[in-house]
Design a protein around this ligand. Sequence first.
Ligand code: GLN
Length: 559
Amino acid sequence: MSGPANISPGPNDGSERRPRHIFVTGGVVSSLGKGIAAASLGRLLESRGLRVVCQKLDPYINVDPGTMNPFQHGEVFVTDDGGETDLDLGHYERFTGENLSRASNVTSGSVYLSVIQKERRGDYLGDTVQVIPHVTNAIKERIHRVTEGDVDVVISEVGGTVGDIESLPFLEAIRQFGNDIGRENVLYLHVTLVPYLSTSEELKTKPTQHSVAELRSHGIHPDVIVLRSDRDIDDAVRRKISLFCDVRPEAVIPAPDATDIYEVPLTLHEGGLDQVVCDQLGLVTGPPNLTVWSAMVERSLAATREATVAIVGKYVELPDAYLSVVEALRHGAIANDVDLDIRWIRSDDLSGLLVDAELDGLDGIVVPGGFGARGVEGKILAIRHAREKGIPFLGLCLGLQCAVIEYARAVLGWADANSTEFDPSTPYPVIDLMSSQEDVEDKGGTMRLGLYAARLEEGSLVRELHDQELIYERHRHRWEVSNRHRGDLERAGLRMSGISPDGRLVEYIELMDHPYFVATQAHPEFRSRPDLPHPLFAGLVAAARAHREATRPAAVATE
Ligand code: GLN
């Protein structure tokens, strides 16, 4: 039961562990790269030996992003424990290397749902249930929840822009948080935009001043301001913002556009961010060890070996819909010193007759995950092209399902083979609903979600790439390869190279007489890191590069 009193985590007298809390807000415009700034700070603090957990507080009313359209919201990122979360969690994981849980994504919808459920159960004992303190307490409780375990620092990013109606309860909760646990344990970091006006040829600080004034009207005085801009910011601008926004000059940190997002931690470190944060929060550590990270960034920037890989998908107008796939490809490219050209191909646009022309010049093809029938036939055509022309191919989730359909149609001659997701009355349902999913009505969180194991077959390409027999990957699907048709597909030459340990579910397929034809029911892209590229993506880029060298030796020679 929780009454209207404020949550208090206990005394701040050193008698217990005290995790520090950093709250990241954004001002002026959305899409500032707040998530990348939060993730980069996480990397810097981890590089100082601290254990960091990042968290996203999202003001929208959806309980989780699982049901949101990728065209609007971008990718749904899946955590080990099967949380369907905001794509910023992907940045947090890639930058910090820490595997997060569903607790790291809190939406207004999930907070209100829990408060209303409590009210219905009578837990508030007849109180009038209000935003302050009931909703704000629920938010603070969710912030405390991620400190379980040995966490030194929690970085909580508030989604949206200061001034949005929806974010008010979150701002109020983080303001209270400072009083609850002691202001010295809390740091408020505000990320703003400093636009350049070409007519007057100067960077303008006024939007930042207004945004900080807005934040202060909610009782939050920022300790650090990170300035996003499309060019370098000089000391005069820093000093001006320091003066007008009442923030120490060394706590005004420039963050100009980077050529590579993985450079951002290094830029922020040069600006002094991690030192300012540690000083303010009383965190005593040595300097950050950024040797491996810097080497990775240098390698990425120095790569000159070319290769072109296409992503054939339904949501290509919004590349954020495939954010983790793109990042995993980039990680694979870094590992191979490849300057990767990623080409976007709308699967709806692919037509039978022209497909070879439309896919000409590619060194690799990725068919990522997706839902619904639209664009599926185009994906199947792209896979046929890859299979027949020996172009390296990686299929992810729906990509595996399309590869199985393509094989059944072309090699077994089952012209109407399909998934029951797209054609419920197909005579050859090679992809069918998982038996556990047949009667499910509720569209939220009803899929096979999160980490599941697969046993990789001895001698297979996936086993060689992973160099491990039992592997775990994240999943998000309702359909699977039908066990009724598995035997026929295998006899026709489709290798089922990874199966769930109970033998029931096909997790990996591949082709033997092809340079690289691999697909998985999982989403390996979610576990790839810039400094630890996923073997299937590194393998694809290596194969794509080999394809380029074999097919265009003249171009390769002049690189
Ligand atoms: N729509 C397919 C399914 O539900 C694939 C899902 C996906 O690609 N994530 O099984």
